[in-house]
Design a protein around this ligand. Structure first.
Ligand code: ADP
Ligand code: MG
Length: 329
């Protein structure tokens, strides 16, 4: 029952990312609908084979919070990864279509991601490394599952070599070059949850069309003390930055533009974003997001510990009907 490219019929383009593209396909011999991810890898045949071997771990990943794996194969020069198709797509697509996501749903998302991360780490010692709304998928049964986790060290290396973009969900310690840990995923989860609840990426200011970062800083809540004493920028550095016109890669969000470098610097040097404005969201949700976004990884909890947070316990016992919600869009 090995998967072969000849047996897969293309049905629809699902999206494109940094690493490649994803298509909805039908496996003709069985009639199974799948999502086929095509990753272009510029590597020797031996490295490709190694990646394929490493991907086989996914056959052993069984959790209701993890996308199922059907198989992977080489289709020169690509590696194809076939996985469960999620008919409501990823959460970034959903909020871009319907606007900010109900905080009860966001709570269910947090619960599902924490369960998925805990499973991957406790059972397989896998760290996800790429938590973001486009890697959290939803279906019409009301299930929430994570995909695109870092199972293959060789694949991570190969993509890193050809990588053009920089993940804006990256934790401050990762930006500064520290090792990946499960706590880096927790940071990325915190950023993702704010994005879903606000309906926009938290590091972009929708009220301002000024590209100056110092204006945009004012929109972040200054009330939260910075728990980690990171090298602060001097006034001089800030002024210099103001004069410099950002060229090259830039990030667009709600009318403002800042370069990736400025954004990464911002994540490292400024207080973390919060679930604001105060009072709009339940206190427990605000507190949960705050604990995901502690800048010092030593203070930040692991996914397993965060499963005990009151907001997550609330999400677990909540009777909110995700299947009914899914039928509204
Ligand atoms: P990224 O995650 O950076 O957006 P990907 O190449 O991983 O890039 O995925 C592209 C898009 O394909 C995603 O944004 C998502 O909407 C869609 N997608 C990925 N996997 C699936 C899947 N299993 N089922 C349905 N849609 C998917
Ligand atoms: Mg993805």
């Amino acid at each position: 029952h090995d998967l072969r490219n000849e047996d897969l019929k293309d049905l629809q383009e699902l999206g494109q990312g940094n690493g490649g593209s994803v298509k909805k396909v039908e496996h003709l011999p069985t009639g199974t609908i799948m999502a086929k991810k095509i990753v272009l890898i510029d590597a020797k045949p031996s490295v490709r084979k190694q990646i394929l071997r490493e991907l086989q771990i996914m056959h052993d990943c069984h959790s209701e919070y993890i996308i199922s794996f059907y198989g992977a194969f080489i289709s020169d020069p690509n590696i194809c990864i076939c996985m469960e198709f999620m008919d409501k797509g990823s959460l970034d697509g959903i909020y871009k279509k319907i606007g900010p996501i109900d905080i009860d749903v966001v709570g269910k998302v947090a619960l599902a991601v924490l369960e998925g991360l805990t499973y991957l780490y406790d059972v397989h010692r896998i760290i996800h490394r790429d938590i973001k709304p486009s890697n959290i998928l939803f279906n019409s049964k009301g299930q929430i599952k994570i995909c695109d986790f870092g199972v293959s060290g060789e694949l991570i290396n190969s993509i890193a070599d050809t990588f053009v973009g920089t993940s804006t969900y990256m934790s401050p310690e990762r930006i500064q070059g520290a090792q990946y840990t499960v706590k880096s995923d927790v940071w990325s989860l915190g950023i993702s949850l704010i994005e879903l609840a606000l309906g926009r990426f938290p590091f972009a200011d929708s009220e301002s069309d000024d590209s100056d970062l110092s204006d945009f800083e004012g929109t972040l809540s200054p009330s939260r003390p910075n728990p980690l004493s990171l090298p602060k920028q001097t006034k001089e550095q800030r002024d210099k930055k103001k004069k410099r016109k950002s060229k090259g890669v830039s990030l667009q969000g709600g009318g403002m533009t800042m370069s990736i470098l400025e954004l990464l610097q911002h994540i490292v040097n400024e207080p973390a974003p919060r679930l604001t404005p105060d009072g709009r969201f339940p206190k427990e949700a605000e507190d949960f997001v705050d604990s995901c976004l502690l800048k010092d990884p030593d203070q930040r909890k692991t996914p397993k510990d965060l499963l005990k947070h009151p907001w997550i316990e609330h999400a677990r016992t909540s009777t909110f009907d995700l299947e009914a919600w899914a039928s509204t869009f």
